[in-house]
Design a protein around this ligand. Sequence first.
Ligand code: FAD
Length: 553
Amino acid sequence: MAKKKIIVIGGGFGGVFAAKSLEKLGRGTLDVELVNNNNYFVFQPLLPEVAASSINSADAVVPLRQLLSNVQVRQARVMGIDFAKKTVIVMQGARMTPVELKYDELVMALGTGVDLNRIPGMADHALTMKDLTDAHRLRTHVIGCLETADVTTEAEVKQQLLTFIVAGAGFSGVETAAEVRQLVSRALRYYPNIKPDEIRMYLIEYADRILPTFPADLAEYATTQLRSQGIDVLTGVGTKSATSTGVELTDGRKINSSTIVATIGNGPHPLVSMLGLDMQWGRIKTDRFMRVPGQEHVWALGDAALIPLVDNPQEDPVDYATQTAQFAVREGHQLAGNIFAKLNGKELKPFAYESKGSLASLGMSKAVADVYGIKLSGTFAWLLWRGFYLSFLPGIAAKFRVGMNWILNSIMPPNIVQLRMPPPATRYIHFWKGDKVFEPGMLIDGFYTVINGSFKLTIDNPDTGEHFEKVFGPGEHFGERVLVKSELRTGLVEALEDGLLLFIAQKDFTRFATAFPFLDNYFKEYIEKTFGGADKAFAPGSTNQRKQLAKTR
Ligand SMILES: Cc1cc2nc3c(=O)[nH]c(=O)nc-3n(C[C@H](O)[C@H](O)[C@H](O)COP(=O)(O)OP(=O)(O)OC[C@H]3O[C@@H](n4cnc5c(N)ncnc54)[C@H](O)[C@@H]3O)c2cc1C
């Protein structure tokens, strides 16, 4: 008899544990394949430690092929599902071509997405904390801020660089804030021009307390602990908007900062929300057996699924499985059992599980734990936290590597190597009224198009007394002289109101503009018409003037 083909899409906690159990239960009768966009499994609870340099990024992940030795692993991006034809469409290979994979049973474990679009500017300026790249980017960014602050003489800019904001104080927000604070504190001794009291760190939570899934007294302990480490915990207030220079809070306060980490905004996975399945709270509704209603051969689990824990669930999250690794693992085992039972004509079991508790690390060897109803805090809870996650990590090699990282990190100085990750060459940048886009003496960076708001360019030439100014509105642009090369800016551009710019880095803009003769001509004519010629456009860009500006910086 031909083996039944089971495809699992998503190689996180839910997908991996479902695939592992399916392979075990159905050895010889099932052909199990797992599709994931990376060739590794990410242990998300350790991401804040990766961001803080406590763990090397490669050690917080496990290669899927090693973890699932008897499961076929395919590194590919799932682009669609044709439920009628029972096929998954993936993009794969060097040319990223679409391939159709046939299934008998499909397990959906794609996790969730991040949707920050409800807060203006957040999607463009906040760092997220969802996968390995995010953690690595945050670490690089924080170290970059320290490097820049150490050589910055402008007090306002320095303060902005040394202010760190974490939005959202659930598990990941609290742990990220604590770990980043610890990294900064430990790294400071290598930055002689930064004083400890120049560091500002904010943890912002809209609810009236942090760690909403923990008992109130443990959340209170965590708040006190974080404050004692110099983290300003702000509750009952949210983030209203974000720009390249900071955040505005819902109470009207503005905090200037170069670092905004958003652990809020969990939204539906973009692919999942396009499939036309019955969804609630951004999750796929399933029955108690984790089957997707209306799709006979489709199952869902993990963060992507809304799995009822009782027969008649109400509109209350407590009636459903929570979005945690603990639940996803348990769901994986049980879902595998149910698929196996279905294929063998046996009875399916409804999903039922009670959380064994929660643990959250607070940095500085402190944690809070609520395990089997026993509340713990302090160093003992932290040891428990470490012990639990070490035991939870799949594979001996991963346990050993993480254990070694922890030991080395406790006796060695922090790793402050900055492996740069340049920002996207084309990106949106939000500005508040009065913000400077650039000013004389800054290195030329790129070309700007106004999406909304208005921006004023002022050029003053002290040599000739010439003064030039122009206001740019939506659809207009500035910075086009990057096409003709120059090292330093000679004009000042300020936002006259809150606004949004599309930025294209110099190299990319120059390549693009010069590739199209009509664009090249357009910009040359534009410079002629607007500034009265290239010379005027560069006022006061004489070599002497630029040298002078460079000296004063
Ligand atoms: C920073 C952080 C800290 C956390 N701490 C804890 C904790 O302490 N305790 C706890 O219990 N839980 C914690 N969680 C939550 C926990 O990690 C999640 O509940 C769990 O990972 C959910 O598992 P999942 O399999 O549903 O989704 P995920 O683990 O997110 O896995 C989804 C997988 O699908 C893949 N994928 C997505 N789209 C595609 C596509 N189009 N094609 C192919 N593959 C795709 C992804 O790469 C990923 O591998 C934390 C989460 C974060 C982000």
